[in-house]
Structure formats: C-alpha cells, structure tokens
Design a protein around this ligand. Structure first.
Ligand code: MD5
Ligand code: FE
Length: 203
C-alpha cells in the first residue's frame, strides 16, 4: 500500500520485501570491504548507530564535521560500488512518489542493535536538496519520529517494518526526524538488528 505521510513524503509498505534477501546479501558484501563502525560526532561522541556505505560517495562524520567523502576514512579505499539493485529500487520508489529523475550517488547503511536510537536531526549535507532521499528498512521494526521544519514541533510516530520504503522529497525533505530505541528481538532476515539503507544524491 502507498501512504502519503506528507505533501511529498510517501511510505511504500513492503516495497523492498521481494528483494530483501538480495539487498542483505549485498550489505554483507559491502561490510566485508567497508566494515561497520561507530562514527564520531563533531562533539567527539561515538554514534550509537553503526554505519557503513557504498557508492561513489558516502556520508562521514568526525571531529571535523559532517560531509560526503569518496574514500572510506577507515580503510583509505574508495567505498564499495553501489549495487545496481539498490539504485534500481530507489529509482522505482522515487518514481512512485513523483521524483522520476532521481539517480542516487551515495548510500548510507545504518545498523541498529537493540537499544540503538537516532536523535532528531535534519539531513542537509547533500548539495542538491531538490533530490529526495529513499529509505529502505530491513529486519527488526522501529518507530520512526517524523517531525516538522523546527526541532520543537511535535513528531508523528511511524512504525517501519521489514521491506518498508519511504521517499522524502520536496517540502518534506528537511523535516526533523529520528528513530526511537529499537526493541530487542529476532528477525529471520537480519537476526538481532534493524538495517536501514538511505539512497541519496550527494552532489
Ligand atoms: C533511519 N536514517 O531509519 C533513517 C532513515 C539518517 C536517517 O535519518 O540520516 O541516516 S532516513 C529518514 C529521512 C531522511 C531524510 C529526510 C527525512 C527523513 N525527512 O525529511 O523526514 O536510519
Ligand atoms: Fe536522517
């Protein structure tokens, strides 16, 4: 089913379900070349989410700030290539939401162990804020917090399950958002974690 969360934010329930096993196999391949790590915030704290990435560029954070980088700072090597089906799925999802021209050049991969959360933030490190972000949820469910244009606005709680895909674009692209602590559990596809892929146009 297709649920309009906002004017230009669309939740496609189960959109990635059929491809999930293949996506997760590709995540495992990425992790072999670009291992999970807990990036440092500019304030010096380790993020509770473990991350890696793939594509020509991927998002990095350290004491110097947030940015997109062509090289993985952990290995010094280019990020693994963006798997073709990541890009295809993101393109198809974006099309459903009215963003027919979306071509991602970066994929950030987040891993949430039980108890891991993501505090309210905006994604504004991309050059082209007219391009949407496509988010694919895999494994354990989570409660997504979907806020407003300011941090203080009351956030809507959106449950996201295995295979759910969300397209955030246009007027809904810069909303504050986060993820509540993931509840402990076991998922047949991922074991004891939630994995989120975000496909982005960084440049
Ligand atoms: C997650 N990840 O579940 C989320 C999914 C991140 C992040 O937030 O930055 O890695 S992406 C949700 C998102 C992205 C861009 C814009 C908006 C939501 N939004 O305007 O609500 O790991
Ligand atoms: Fe975000």
């Amino acid at each position: 089913s297709t649920l309009a969360l906002g004017m230009q934010a669309v939740l496609l329930r189960g959109f990635a379900l059929a491809q999930a096993p293949q996506l997760l196999e590709e995540v495992r391949q990425v992790v072999r070349q670009a291992p999970w790590r807990h990036m440092q915030t500019p304030g010096g704290k380790a993020m509770s989410v473990a991350t890696t990435g793939c594509g020509p560029l991927s998002w990095v954070s350290d004491r110097r700030g947030y940015r997109y980088a062509a090289l993985d700072p952990l290995t010094g090597k280019p990020w693994p290539a963006l798997p073709a089906d990541f890009a295809q799925l993101a393109h198809a999802a974006a099309q459903e939401a009215g963003f027919a021209a979306f071509v991602p050049d970066a994929c950030l991969i987040n891993r949430y162990a039980p108890g891991t959360r993501l505090s309210l933030h905006q994604d504004r490190d991309e050059q082209d804020l007219a391009a949407p972000i496509v988010s694919i949820s895999l494994g354990l469910p989570a409660t997504f917090l979907w806020g407003g244009a300011t941090r203080g606005e009351r956030a809507l709680r959106v449950p996201l399950r295995h295979g759910d895909t969300v397209v955030w674009g246009g007027v809904d692209r810069l909303r504050f958002h986060g993820v509540l602590p993931v509840a402990p559990g076991q998922h047949p596809a991922t074991g004891e974690c939630r994995i989120n892929l975000t496909l982005r146009k960084a440049t």
